[in-house]
Design a protein around this ligand. Sequence first.
Ligand SMILES: C[S@@+](CC[C@H](N)C(=O)[O-])C[C@H]1O[C@@H](n2cnc3c(N)ncnc32)[C@H](O)[C@@H]1O
Length: 253
Amino acid sequence: MEVSTNKTDRTGFNISRLPPELQRQLTDVYQDNQIDDALEVNHIYLGDARELLSKIQPNTVALSIWSPPYFVGKEYESYLSFEDWQQLLSTVIALHFSIIKPGGFLVINIADILVFKDAAIPKIQAEVVSNRRSPVTREDVLRAMAAHPDYNRYQIAKLLGCSEQTVDRRLNGNNIRGGKYETQTRVKVVGGLIEEWGLKADFYMYDRRVWIKDAAWENSRWHSLSYKSVDEFEYLYVFWKPGVTNVTFVQPE
Ligand SMILES: C[S@@+](CC[C@H](N)C(=O)[O-])C[C@H]1O[C@@H](n2cnc3c(N)ncnc32)[C@H](O)[C@@H]1O
């Protein structure tokens, strides 16, 4: 499939034939704001997208498809706070609007953040019943305390034949002594953020698709090392810049 777009001056599309309200909205979009010393077509440039995008000739890219850092702790994003990451993505999306051709598309490939650190989550650790070293239960402790209201934890422990820590854990849960020091993680859905940044940049959310990783994914380093941090599929968010889009289906030879 080939996608090309029309502009007033190149293909005869006449913006003045649109309703006045649309003309007002699209005049800027259709303007030819040529820049001097733009990056060359069909060259590969390596660098920070935030610097390179503004050097691309406006209204020249029919389709830009990319996959940003997902904020899952990979090396190339480890320097970013969540605020920095949001700033990076929203800036790169915003910088796309002027370079995409009217009627062209911006497609972002991304997954939800499955290991989003949230300091507010209570650090409750699941009790692994099968790993319990002492058979003493919470009910045993409560019964002993009811029978001996004057006993402290050490005396209750002696009575039940277990350690004082066991009494403490049965009463208060695992996290009281040590527990989990690590900040807990939860899911952060990113679709709403991507949509917001796209709309703010004047794009329209045109489509949303998923693609599913093939079976080889299960053997990848990321799948096995971070089972909980990756999905078996990812999203493609498709944004459209207002304009005339000509879609030509190319027949396979
Ligand atoms: C999820 S990976 C996508 C990899 C890509 N699909 C590929 O096959 O190479 C995110 C990529 O964004 C790059 N990246 C991170 N920050 C960037 C920035 N400010 N400008 C350009 N690329 C950046 C990373 O180096 C990494 O290669």
